[in-house]
Design a protein around this ligand. Structure first.
Ligand code: ATP
Ligand code: MG
Length: 483
């Protein structure tokens, strides 16, 4: 079997085979490594299965390598792992499994290689290549995985209802592989996913989200997201996304199907950027639409404020999906809240100060926001799209010109919120925000210059309206660029 390994990989595999011969066990490369090598995809780790004790084999192999890698292992699962020169190698003893209905934790007992192949999720993941000297490199393919690899088909080794019911995570994996590899799920396998969808409830959200993120990172995430919807899986862990589906018609007027619009926006974004979180912003950009949908007589469908509702929904959805509650979440929420702003600047009579405000609000994320906004243009009307894109280019050029002049992206007003609290002896409060924004707006609108003295004079005047007097002085900041 020609699977095009590097000299380094080959040398490790030969060592594994030699040690395995000495221990009188059979051992095979199996799973993702074999599949990806055959497909010519990059691989970073290899799984090795042997008859008998996988941990013992890993330790014996590690002894033969220089420098000797550290072996970590899980006794309960019979798995061991080491990393040798950036290459991850995972060892497991061949197993036979039977599952109980209420859990995905199987009862496991030692088995043959064939038993082990049978418990793999898909035929393309059950391909095994022997490493023993006697038949080094020979492919063992009991379920015609090679043929499925060639015809680009996802099929289960067992009846699909058994495979999915045993471990419902495999339903997510089927859809993930279909998306990543651009394979088709066999119709009867997909039907089994539809039948077993509800069993996804026993899988932890972390593992579901892991698969979801792999779908989101694929070249065309819409493929997997649509399959998740059509199979019925999506509603069990992400009902807000399903709420975007459908078209309502009143007085002959319909709105667009926001689910399929969103899928298009995600793909458009994915074509322009690998940033996973930008893709999440695309997924969530219209998530506030169902909650804000109204039919206004004589006007049609409106979704006023959906960007604000979407911004507020973002942290809740991140928590529900166990996505990180850190600056990534804040970045996504910010892009959702700003996603209409660049388009609003394509109207005529837009002042430089509107441009400055957008640059200030988006800060370093302005380029990502522009990608999102451009991706959001999905009209079927070619003329309309052309006009939009032309206007959009003009906005981009003006933003660049304003930024070159005024350096807003990294600009901060000359008096900070901390300064304001100190000057008036305030604790964090609404007043601090009001005063801070008054300074920012006055400078961005060109009402006052971008200087400490002008800002201070405005601050004292605004504070007086709130019955506040300065009680402390602060050290003056060095003055930065002029907006
Ligand atoms: P990738 O590494 O790109 O996620 P992979 O196929 O290598 O793809 P892993 O999760 O690394 O996936 O698993 C390695 C192998 O273990 C798989 O190829 C498959 O044979 C088997 N496997 C993994 N998860 C399952 C599962 N839930 N059910 C059955 N077999 C599985
Ligand atoms: Mg893998």
């Amino acid at each position: 079997m020609d699977i095009n390994c590097s000299a380094e990989e080959l040398s490790i595999f030969e060592t594994v085979g030699r040690v395995s011969d000495q221990m009188s066990t059979e051992c095979y490369l199996i799973g993702g490594f074999v599949r990806d090598k055959l497909l010519g995809r990059p691989t970073k780790d290899a799984d090795i299965v042997c008859t008998g004790d996988g941990i013992a084999l890993a330790q014996a192999v590690a002894h033969q390598l220089k420098p000797k890698p550290h072996v970590s292992y899980f006794k309960n699962f019979g798995t061991a792992h080491f990393r040798f020169h950036e290459f991850d190698v995972e060892f497991v003893g061949a197993r036979k499994e039977s599952y109980r209905a209420e859990s995905r934790k199987p009862d496991v007992e030692p088995g043959t290689i064939q038993d082990d192949q049978l418990r793999r999720d898909f035929t393309i993941n059950a391909l095994a290549v022997s490493l023993n000297k006697e038949n080094f490199g020979k492919l063992t393919d009991p379920f015609n995985g090679l043929a499925d690899l060639e015809s680009k088909i996802i099929r289960t080794p067992l009846g699909p209802d058994i495979t999915f019911s045993d471990d419902p995570l495999r339903m997510m994996r089927a859809i993930r592989f279909a998306t990543q590899l651009q394979f088709d799920i066999l119709p009867e396998v997909f039907d089994a996913i539809c039948r077993n969808a509800e069993r996804i409830k026993i899988i932890s959200q972390e593992r579901i989200t892991d698969e979801l993120n792999k779908i989101m990172a694929a070249p065309k995430p819409s493929v997997g997201l649509d399959l998740l919807y059509k199979s019925g899986l999506l509603k069990y862990f992400f009902p807000q996304f399903v709420d975007l589906t459908g078209v309502e018609i009143i007085e002959g007027k319909g709105h667009k199907d926001n689910f399929y619009h969103t899928l298009q926006v995600i793909d458009n974004t994915a074509a322009k950027s690998d940033n996973l979180w930008l893709r999440w912003a695309a997924l969530l950009h219209d998530i506030g639409k169902p909650a804000t949908k109204r039919f206004e007589d004589g006007h049609g469908w409106t979704f006023h404020g959906h960007e604000v509702v979407g911004e507020r929904m973002t942290p809740r959805i991140f928590k529900q999906l166990k996505l990180p509650l850190n600056e990534k979440m804040k970045y996504v929420a910010k892009l959702v809240s700003l996603h209409l702003r660049p388009i609003s600047l394509t109207k005529e009579d837009i002042t430089d100060s509107a441009m400055r405000r957008l640059l200030f609000d988006a800060g370093e994320d302005i380029d990502d926001l522009m990608i999102l906004c451009e991706s959001d243009i999905t009209s079927k009307n070619k003329q309309k799209v052309k006009r939009f894109l032309e206007n959009f280019e003009m906005v981009k050029e003006r933003l660049i010109a304003v930024e070159e002049n005024d350096r807003i992206r990294t600009w901060q007003p000359p008096i900070s919120g901390d300064d304001i609290m100190h000057i008036f002896n305030l604790t964090p409060s609404r007043e601090v925000g009001v005063l801070k924004n008054a300074i920012k707006d006055a400078i961005l609108d060109g009402v006052i210059t971008n200087s400490y003295d002008a800002a201070y004079a405005l601050l004292v005047a605004k504070a007086a309206e709130l019955n506040l007097q300065p009680v402390n002085t602060v050290a003056r900041q060095e003055e930065n660029n002029q907006p």
